[in-house]
Write a protein that binds this ligand. Structure first.
Ligand SMILES: [Zn+2]
Length: 216
């Protein structure tokens, strides 16, 4: 098929699908050409301070664009557990805009990996769905062993749970790395990733997630 005909056919099929299944907001279910709809986007609460910087640690900074309660947390749950992947574009764009607003410069956008077992059962890594829409996406990390969910563990249990869970699989020497995830809470997972990346020669490592709270 010649490219023009293919474009026509692709856009015809997409319009036909829109007619049969009009696009809906994944959060409030009203008809909307964008996902989430403009109203739901407006109901998300921005984080008071987008980024917190640390000195002399493996993790240089930690940040999130929105606060978890409300629409932003709903977007995370809809993406992760209900496979509403049409939300990924808005979520990734929010991260990209916040990164340039606060002046984060990076060579590689690296998604926090999930273990292959979880990847198989869920079918995708939500962090990678977001990173794939950013410039310089790089799958630099591999989760080498499954870990328990961090929620409900004490600080020392969390550290033990995550120790040596990540392996660096590409050359990151001298690179500034922006870790990407849908949610950041205590930042322990990001710290373990940063530790592995620093040991492999990364120059700077930080995380910017779509939403989060309870930094420590
Ligand atoms: Zn909506």
């Amino acid at each position: 098929m010649i490219p023009r005909a293919k474009n026509f056919w692709t856009s015809f099929s997409s319009s036909a699908l829109d007619w049969i299944y009009p696009p809906k907001c994944s959060l409030c279910e009203i008809f909307s050409p964008v996902d989430p709809c403009i109203q739901c986007q407006g109901e998300m609460h921005r984080s008071e301070s987008v980024v917190t910087y640390f000195g002399h640690e493996d993790l240089d900074y930690l940040g999130s664009v929105f606060r978890y309660p409300g629409r932003a947390g709903q977007a995370v749950r809809q993406l992760k557990y209900c496979r509403r992947t049409s939300l990924a574009g808005f979520m990734a764009l929010s991260i990209q805009e916040a990164a340039s607003e606060v002046g984060i410069d990076y060579d590689l956008a690296v998604p926090i990996p999930i273990h292959w077992f979880r990847l198989v059962s869920r079918g995708f890594n939500q962090a990678d769905l977001l990173a794939a829409k950013l410039d310089h996406r790089c799958l630099a990390l591999r989760r080498v062993r499954a870990t328990k969910p961090q929620a409900g563990l004490t600080t020392s249990e969390r550290l033990k749970n995550l120790a040596d869970a990540f392996e660096v699989i590409v050359d990151v020497k001298g690179k500034s790395i922006l870790l990407i995830d849908d949610v950041v809470t205590s930042g322990q997972t990001a710290r373990e990733c940063a530790k592995a990346l620093r040991a492999a020669g990364a120059n700077e490592v930080g995380i910017l997630a779509f939403c989060g709270e309870n930094y420590d």
